[in-house]
Design a protein around this ligand. Structure first.
Ligand code: NAD
Length: 360
């Protein structure tokens, strides 16, 4: 089987779908890597060659499949052929048009967002691996913007109180943010609507913030979307509690839905000058009413960061983890380099979002 790894063309995308180490581990698969594909992530062409990949000018030509990070652009869509395998973040829940076009083209599309959140699929779970990166980086961004220390310091010039950090949404990114903020010495609280999370937050040494709102977990492990009344109650409770914190990191998300609004503008008004909000849900509209996706807003002395694609800002490790996810999926779909698709298998069936329509 021949698999192509193209250079990512999306703006600010510095990751690459396979790194040299992952290529060396692929059994029965020849990898064609586009020249320069790994450069921005810190993996030079020579490292790929040494790992056994073929360097090419166009990784979409003469391959059975293409693996990449971002969904294909208009130009790239035109290069795909019927029966070809495509593995990427295809955004199947939010980009129906792409799904329809890939289906019409007969492309065998596997979406990295659709990997089931099960123990067996853990090595392929790219949402988790990339959320780990963004949760960590969110804390570093907050620390950089905060005009205060994170840790408590006792110095000859006086004692500095530790920063108080609140993490809203304690899934993979949120738990990583809690752990990172703790390592930097902050006093951390966390909140999530899924009841099971309380213990996970506490086991990281953070306090669980009781807002009096308890949601449910769906069969897939995700949170159910709150009703408008529950959401209203959550916003009111947060408005009361938010002025206690120097940093608020928000990560709340419901797959395929706009980000739930947690922080009303009125709560931002009550925060102390110098406080920082890092809104990791900016990509789907933001958890704070005042977030401007992709920008930094300064409102009444409060800094609100709405970073997009944070994982791409740490491309070496983000790519290393993503490559492990992709190569595990490849090995699952094509053991020994031969495509063997078992539609009874929950990983194969759950992750495949487009394929050639079979005549009935
Ligand atoms: P996500 O990115 O979809 O959402 C982030 C968090 O926001 C979730 O914890 C969710 O409960 C929370 N949230 C949603 N609405 C909220 C609201 N109104 N207020 C506060 N919080 C809100 O989630 P994720 O990080 O991708 O994780 C989803 C689930 O998958 C979690 O249960 C996680 O533990 C589980 N998971 C399981 C495995 C596995 O078993 N292999 C691997 C990874 C994740």
């Amino acid at each position: 089987m021949r698999v192509g790894v193209p250079r990512e063309t999306a703006t600010d995308e510095r990751r690459v779908a396979l790194v040299p180490d992952a290529i060396a581990r692929l059994d029965g698969i020849t990898v064609l890597i586009e020249r320069g594909a790994g450069t921005a992530a810190g993996f030079p062409d020579e490292a790929y060659e040494a790992a056994g990949a073929e360097l090419v000018d166009d990784a979409w030509q003469a391959v059975d499949g293409v693996v990449k990070v971002a969904k294909p652009t208009e130009d790239e869509l035109g290069k795909l052929r019927t029966g070809q395998l495509l593995i990427a973040f295809l955004q199947p829940l939010t980009d129906r048009e792409l799904v329809e076009r890939l289906t019409a083209a007969g492309v065998l599309g596997f979406a990295m967002e659709s990997i089931p959140r099960t123990t067996r699929a853990q090595p392929m779970d790219a949402l988790s691996s990339q959320a780990t990166v963004s949760g960590y980086k969110a804390v570093l961004l907050a620390a950089e913007s905060l005009p205060r220390f994170f840790p408590m310091l006792t110095t000859a010039a006086g004692t500095i109180a530790p920063a108080r950090v609140l993490v809203l949404g304690a899934g993979v990114a949120g738990l990583q943010a809690i752990a990172t903020a703790r390592r930097l010495g902050a006093v951390v609280s966390g909140f999530d609507v899924r009841p099971a999370v309380r213990e996970q937050v506490q086991s990281l040494g953070a306090a669980f913030l009781d807002l009096g709102v308890v949601g449910e977990e769906t069969a897939g492990g995700y949170a159910r979307e709150l009703t408008p009344e529950e959401q209203q109650r959550q916003m009111q409770a947060l408005e009361e509690r938010i002025p206690d914190f120097d940093v608020v990191i928000t990560t709340a998300a419901i797959p395929g839905r706009p980000a739930p609004k947690l922080i009303p503008a009125s709560a931002v008004e009550r925060m102390r000058p110098g406080s920082v909000i890092v809104d990791l849900a900016a990509e789907t509209g933001g958890n704070c009413e005042l977030t401007r996706p992709g920008q930094t807003a300064h409102i009444g002395g409060v800094t609100i960061l709405g970073p997009l694609n944070l994982a791409s800002t740490m491309p070496t490790h983000a790519s290393q983890l993503y490559a492990r996810n992709v190569s595990s999926l490849l090995a699952h779909l094509a053991p020994g380099g031969e495509l063997k698709l078992d539609w009874e298998d929950e990983i194969t069936a759950g992750t495949c979002v487009t394929r050639k329509a079979t005549p009935t």
